[in-house]
Write a protein that binds this ligand. Structure first.
Ligand code: 5GP
Length: 129
């Protein structure tokens, strides 16, 4: 899928739409999610035009990759989440439920977050192996 420069996070990066910034460096911007799904819900995004983790892991430079993951750790520390624990998650494509086609890492914390996913067997799935 080609990168869509009109996606909402591209507009935030260009300053066309405001955000509640929590962190910025040369390669990364992080801001509060507009509809938080936990007490702390931050989105960490690369500044480069990458649609998702697959695109990023193939095409980003070593510097961009290091910056994104170092930023996650720095933000978790700055938000005092490291001793209590937190969760990171990145949705990719249709099955992943990705809504915004610019790579973003969700950082959740500030509360007990519960199970990672609805167990698919409980939703009627069956184990095939
Ligand atoms: P996805 O479903 O793509 O993994 O997550 C997209 C996230 O972006 C959602 O959690 C949604 O609330 C958030 N979001 C969508 N539009 C905006 C916006 O304009 N500003 C901010 N801060 N978050 C947004």
């Amino acid at each position: 899928m080609p990168y869509d420069p009109q996606n909402i996070f591209a507009k935030i990066l260009r300053g066309e739409i405001p955000c509640q910034k929590v962190y910025e460096d040369d390669h990364v911007l992080a801001f509060h999610d507009i509809h938080p799904q936990a007490k702390v819900h931050i989105l960490v995004i690369p500044k480069g035009p990458y649609t998702d983790m697959t695109d990023f892991s193939h095409n980003a430079s070593q510097g961009e990759i290091a910056a994104l993951f170092r930023a996650v750790g720095k933000i978790a520390k700055e938000q005092n989440l490291t001793s209590s624990g937190y969760r990171i998650l990145s949705n990719i494509g249709l099955n992943g439920g990705q809504e915004v086609p610019h790579l973003h890492i969700h950082l959740f914390g500030g509360q007990v977050l519960g199970p990672m996913l609805i167990r698919w067997e409980e939703e009627g799935g069956a184990v095939s192996c």
